[in-house]
Design a protein around this ligand. Structure first.
Ligand code: 2PG
Ligand code: MG
Length: 425
């Protein structure tokens, strides 16, 4: 049984130039694992706590030295000598050591870094790639939701909705999906340029044009799919993440870019209208995390023909997801490892969703690193879908590239999910 001999954390930079935690783990058989922790901008209120120092001047208060110190001190002392193959036991110790319901004492950025670095070291010890270590039979390559237009909290443009994504549902393989996505991305660049728009990109590598309405962005995206030679809705469909919690104020949806508000009823009706007018197969956080009436209404009106993904409303939290399933809201869950802070809890959220027939979308954060763990998790947990940004910027393409390698390694056994996981009419 390989045991944990050293755990060492450091501060590194993420894709927004902010500090984040990276953890190295070495086992007594010399196996090594390294994991870097991502960071969100549009965060759910019930996410596990990302510990930041708040120390004036240093990294503008965003340092993560306290989380790093927690790993190199208390956590190291508690996990040294533990069985590296007992992930559930390790994660239980991390949760108990922290002792708070939201991991606010040691920081979810500390616990997650250790949790993921240990499983990677354990996989290395077993001489398995991570996806196979998680499940020897895993061979399902996810449908990628590729974010090619950025708005909301991820860009300095007027678009109220945060993400406009393309989903190559008709691709024959994961590699084929990446090729198709890349082609559309470049067609879109040309079209934006021709329209006199800037082609700068936002936090997740999608374009951030100066557009005001979702219809304008959706028209550009649908046209780019068609102009590349693909059938919108057949070869490539569209997915949205309005990240509606970000613009839900005083019981109404305040569209700053459009300079108007919509009531909950008007807002839901607007989403239904968009889903009818464009080839939209998935909407994440269509309504806000605290808008229970909105979630109920959206699920009732659109849930039979569109994937409705809960991000802020569930925060990858098994208890919140269980409650949502009991309440009958949404029909899919977004899974972000740092929203909950350990691998074991992440896996439990995925399993709860799968058992309930809910869709599962493994996801990056808007602040990422070159770490590609989520690519392996998407395959190893048979999620069926992954959301990892655009077809540019290495913090995003690193995940696509890892999935290309996994598909190649699986060879004949590899299966590309395509449209199957969407469960849409
Ligand atoms: O809302 C989201 O789904 C994510 C990832 O795209 O953004 P952030 O990491 O800023 O929460
Ligand atoms: Mg989201």
């Amino acid at each position: 049984m390989p045991t944990i001999s050293t755990v060492h954390a450091r501060e590194i930079l993420d894709s927004r130039g902010n500090p984040t935690v990276e953890v190295d783990v070495r086992l007594d058989d010399d196996s090594f694992g390294r994991a870097a922790v991502p960071s969100g901008a549009s965060t759910g209120t019930r996410e596990a706590v990302e510990l930041r120092d708040g120390e004036a001047g240093r990294f503008h208060g965003k340092g993560v030295r306290r989380a790093v110190d927690a790993v190199n001190g208390e956590i190291l002392a508690a996990v040294r000598g533990l069985d590296a193959l007992d992930q559930a036991g390790l994660d239980r110790i991390l949760i108990d050591l922290d002792g708070t319901p939201t991991k606010s004492r040691l920081g979810a950025n500390a616990t997650l870094g250790v949790s993921l670095a240990v499983v990677k070291a354990a996989a290395a010890s077993a001489r398995q790639p991570l996806y196979r270590y998680l499940d020897a039979g895993s061979a399902l390559l996810p449908l990628p939701l590729m974010n090619i237009v950025n708005g909301g909290a991820h860009a300095d443009n007027p678009l109220d909705f945060q993400e406009f994504m393309i989903a190559p549902i008709g691709a024959e393989s994961f590699f084929d999906a990446v090729r198709m996505g890349s082609e559309v991305f470049h067609t879109l660049r040309g079209a934006l340029k021709k329209a006199g728009q800037n082609t700068n990109v936002g936090d997740e590598g999608g374009f951030a044009p100066d557009l005001r309405t979702a219809e304008e962005a959706l028209t550009f995206v649908t046209q780019a799919i068609a102009d590349t030679g693909y059938k919108p809705g057949v070869d490539i469909a569209i997915a949205l993440d309005p990240a509606a919690s970000e613009f839900f104020r005083d019981g109404v949806y305040a569209y700053a870019g459009e300079q108007r508000t919509r009531t909950v009823e008007e807002h839901v009706a607007y989403l239904v209208e968009l889903a009818a007018a464009f080839p939209i197969v998935s909407i994440e956080d269509g309504v806000a995390q605290d808008d229970f009436a909105g979630w109920t209404e959206l699920t009732r009106t659109l849930g039979d023909r569109c994937q409705l993904v809960g991000d802020d409303v569930f925060c990858t939290n098994p208890a919140l997801l269980r409650q949502g399933i009991a309440d009958g809201i949404s029909n899919a869950v977004l899974v972000k490892v740092n929203q909950i802070g350990t691998l074991t809890e992440t896996v439990s959220t995925v399993r709860i969703a799968q058992d309930a027939g809910y869709g599962v979308v493994m996801s990056h954060r808007s602040g990422e690193t070159e770490d590609t763990t989520i690519a392996d998790l998407a395959v190893g947990l048979a999620c069926g879908q992954i959301k990892t940004g655009s077809l540019s910027r290495s913090d995003r393409t690193s995940k696509f590239n890892q999935l290309i390698r996994i598909e190649e390694e699986l060879g004949e056994a590899a299966r590309y999910a395509g449209r199957t996981p969407l469960r849409t009419a």
